[in-house]
Design a protein around this ligand. Structure first.
Ligand code: GLU
Length: 492
């Protein structure tokens, strides 16, 4: 048997360190078994998926050094590797399940579903669907569908009994079927949900082992049922512990930068990022803390993976980065720094922002120093515009961060629109808002044009610097945060 594993990211946001973390273990497992590593793009969520994110995820993963043998860009025997190009396959499989009475059409509207949920909640039952449409007469169901009535396709789940899972990392894990929802498999737009597409593709792509995040463990009973319904052998599934913030909550960008691009821009080298992510759920046989990807592959043994809640500790990452930098030759280091920020290509991007401001060539560095620093320094007071309060400044910058997070393209003109919108919402002049943001992002009162600077720094670094400024301005308690979120939501 050839080992075949995959990662299946959904292109719905900036490339997350969690994706690199899961990719790393899949890669090591595949390489240590002489197997194949597949990249599949799970873009069936029409509203949230964007090809921009797909490209960003692939570029970021390539940068880490984790490479795949099959995928949308490199092809392979099981094409296409993008789920949005496989919808006919899923529809066909949903149909097969219906014919075997393992699935049924559900005509319930959103309002009906809501009242079913409320009713079940009142009765102390699980708030999933009550299965009423599964009792519809087959002819009537077909007639309504033929007449064009909108419907989804749901899977049947036994009303009673227990699903036992022999989890390779956790032992026997049990789920009562009574709490498992009749999952929608095919949405009314004809697109599959994650569950159907994921199971069908893992089977058709001959995936032998699934290594994925722990957040999917609760989906496994549904998946196992689907494998049984289709009469397929399920792969062996490992659920790797989630990366966590220092307070042990699930790693979130509110508390920690989560984008791979952020760490790249910060000057973390890819081997250090992978090394650090490896340590999150794995230990080398000799306890070695600093290692390369090749060394990890050489010694990889999946039974050494651990279940603890690994804390994403940026200080530790920085220490590991330092160890990798220190072990590089002079030539190598020169090359790394040049590639990072000293390339002619990078300078060419900066030059139009400063060319009219330089008196001597040496002014260049002074004008742009904030582009190269890991941390910038400024006084708290300088963040607060005249006639504005500290709290108000903090709230305004937070609103601005949310507005920036909505941008799929971080171009000057979009950044400007974001400034205008939040300025309008807070009744702040553009001058006050850019003044405050300029200090947060450059540490300077006078700097090259801010929108251009932000475009070059990129959304992740800008966001992080703004978050640091918000932190400086004082904590935003839960209540205040909720109020502010409400204000932001209702302004959209
Ligand atoms: N599309 C899922 C994700 O974004 C894949 C989960 C899995 O590996 O099964 O994480």
């Amino acid at each position: 048997m050839t080992v075949r594993v995959r990662i299946a990211p959904s292109p719905t946001g900036s490339p997350h360190v969690g994706t690199a973390y899961i990719a790393l273990f899949n890669y090591c497992f595949a390489k240590s078994h002489g197997g194949r590593f597949v990249l599949r793009i799970e873009d069936t969520d029409q509203e949230r998926s964007d090809p921009i994110y797909e490209k960003m995820i692939m570029d970021a993963l390539k940068w880490t050094g984790v490479s795949w043998d099959e995928g949308p860009d490199v092809g392979g025997d099981f094409e296409p590797y993008r789920q949005s190009e496989r919808t006919a396959i899923y529809r066909d499989h949903a149909q097969q399940l219906m014919e075997a009475s393992h699935a049924y059409r559900c005509f319930c509207t959103a309002d009906q579903l809501k009242s079913i949920r409320n009713e079940r909640f009142k009765q102390g039952l699980s708030t999933g669907y009550d299965g009423s449409c599964s009792r519809l007469d087959a002819d009537e169901s077909k007639k309504r569908a033929d007449a064009g009535e909108l419907h989804t396709i749901r899977m049947n789940v036994p009303a009673e009994g227990t699903c036992h899972i022999d989890d390779p990392m956790r032992g026997d894990v049990q789920f009562d079927y009574s709490v498992i929802d009749h999952q929608v498999l095919l949405k009314s737009d004809g697109f599959p949900t994650y569950h159907l597409a994921n199971v069908v593709d893992d089977h058709l792509m001959k995936i032998t082992h699934v290594i994925r995040g722990e957040e999917w463990l609760s989906s496994l009973p549904k998946h196992i049922l689907l494998y049984q319904y289709f009469g397929w052998q399920a792969p062996i599934v490992y659920h790797v512990p989630l990366l966590r913030n220092a307070d042990k909550s699930k790693l979130s960008k509110r508390k920690n930068p989560t984008s791979i691009l952020y760490y790249r821009e910060l000057g973390i080298v890819p081997e250090a990022l992978l090394n650090f992510l490896g340590l999150m759920a794995y230990s080398m046989p000799d306890g070695q803390e600093v290692f390369t990807l090749d060394e990890m592959v050489q010694h990889f043994d999946i039974s050494r993976m651990s279940l603890g809640g690994p804390v994403f500790d940026v200080q530790k990452l920085t220490w590991i980065n330092q160890q990798h930098l220190a072990s590089m030759s002079n030539d190598e280091l020169v090359q790394r720094v040049v590639d990072w920020r000293l390339s002619p290509a990078f300078f060419a991007k900066l030059m139009p922002l400063v060319n009219k401001r330089m008196h001597r060539l040496g002014d260049f560095m002074q004008l742009c120093d904030f582009m190269f620093f890991s941390a910038i320094d400024y006084d708290l007071e300088s963040l607060i515009p005249k006639n504005k309060e500290q709290d108000e400044t903090r709230d305004t910058l937070q609103l601005f961060v949310w507005e920036l997070e909505k941008l799929t393209s971080f171009e000057e003109s979009h950044i400007e629109t974001a400034f205008n919108r939040i300025g309008g919402l807070q009744q702040w002049s553009l001058r006050d808002l850019t003044g405050s943001a300029r200090i947060a992002i450059t540490g300077k009162k006078v700097a090259p044009p801010l929108f251009g600077v932000m475009e070059i720094l990129g959304s992740d670094l800008c966001r992080n610097r703004l978050m640091e400024a918000i932190e400086k301005l004082g904590p935003l308690g839960k209540k205040k945060l909720a109020k502010l979120e409400e204000k932001y939501r209702s302004s959209n």
